[in-house]
Design a protein around this ligand. Structure first.
Ligand code: AMP
Ligand code: FE
Ligand code: FE
Ligand code: ZN
Length: 280
């Protein structure tokens, strides 16, 4: 069984529609794939249909952008109730904040680039969670930059003069909300030193206290020494260990199935979540 538990679609910053994602999952020989768009469950219905069409099992979830002591923390929620009130409110607040934040970034970029808000909207699918990748795509589409990664390196990194942060819930509260909604809470790429600061062991332990159930250890952004540290932590606290691609279609070099999750861990997640896995 090949299981990839972290991918994105056009409902956030991936470039495949959910239908295209499930088609690619089939051609890549995956048995199980998870749709984990940022701060949204809007892609779930299309993905469910496409799972049946393609004969690939589907895990539905969301990746929540949170913060712990000023450090950006991404939390994967698997198989939660998408209608849970507090959970929906948390996503709506994040989405609203993301729109005004993206607008402010575009205003700042106007000093040095030819870019309009309409250029960014043209890169954003209907109903998608907006983010820096869509702004990057606007610079690429208008011929001012070659690709998304170079925009992140040179223009939109968190230290840049154009960068604006967006509201993100506190990580401990976000974990409690995920659990209240019946989701399985897994810390995404917890050792991703390339993305900025990572949180120390004590923070992970506080997150475990709040209800965290797993660590996404096998991910290309966690360097080897971080994977060793995190494996130790997972053993100590009896946490699930997952591995995933974090596929974004053409938006990132990450390829489907480049990291995978053990079938036993997948079964544990299935058992713990309140929304069923779609089994074609
Ligand atoms: P935001 O949530 O708007 O702050 O944007 C963060 C998103 O940008 C992440 O979810 C990634 O998908 C994407 N991203 C971050 N770094 C890079 C990079 N170097 N190349 C391409 N996409 C990136
Ligand atoms: Fe992303
Ligand atoms: Fe992430
Ligand atoms: Zn992701």
């Amino acid at each position: 069984m090949r299981i990839d538990l972290h991918t994105h679609t056009t409902f956030s910053d991936g470039t495949d529609t959910p239908t295209e994602l499930l088609t690619h999952a089939r051609t890549e020989g995956l048995d199980v794939v998870a749709i984990m768009d940022h701060d949204s469950t809007s892609g779930w219905d299309e993905a469910e249909q496409a799972a049946h069409t393609n004969g690939v099992a589907l895990v539905r979830g969301t990746e929540t952008s949170a913060r712990y002591n000023g450090v950006s923390v991404h939390l994967l929620s698997y198989l939660h109730d998408p209608h849970h009130q507090a959970y929906v409110a948390q996503n709506e607040k994040a989405q609203d904040a993301r729109v005004s934040r993206a607008y402010r970034i575009v205003e700042a970029l106007k000093a040095d680039f030819n870019i309009t808000w309409e250029d960014v909207l043209a890169q954003t699918s209907e109903g998608a969670t907006i983010g820096r990748p869509h702004i990057a795509d606007a610079l690429v589409a208008t011929g001012q930059m070659p690709d998304r990664p170079s925009v992140f390196e040179e223009i939109l990194c968190s230290g840049s003069k154009y960068y604006v942060a967006h509201y993100a819930p506190d990580a401990l509260e976000a974990i409690q909300t995920i659990r209240a909604a019946g989701g399985v809470a897994v810390f995404a790429h917890p050792g991703a030193t390339t993305r900025g600061r990572v949180v120390p062991d004590a923070a992970v332990e506080a997150m475990v206290e709040a209800g965290l159930q797993g660590l996404e250890i096998h991910h290309r952004d966690n360097p080897t020494e971080q994977q060793a540290r995190l494996t130790e932590l997972a053993r100590k606290h009896d946490l699930l260990i997952t591995g995933s691609s974090d596929y974004h279609g053409d938006g990132k070099p990450n390829r489907l199935g480049e990291n995978t999750t053990h079938p036993e861990v997948f079964r544990a997640i299935e058992e713990l979540g309140v929304t069923p896995v779609v089994r074609p």
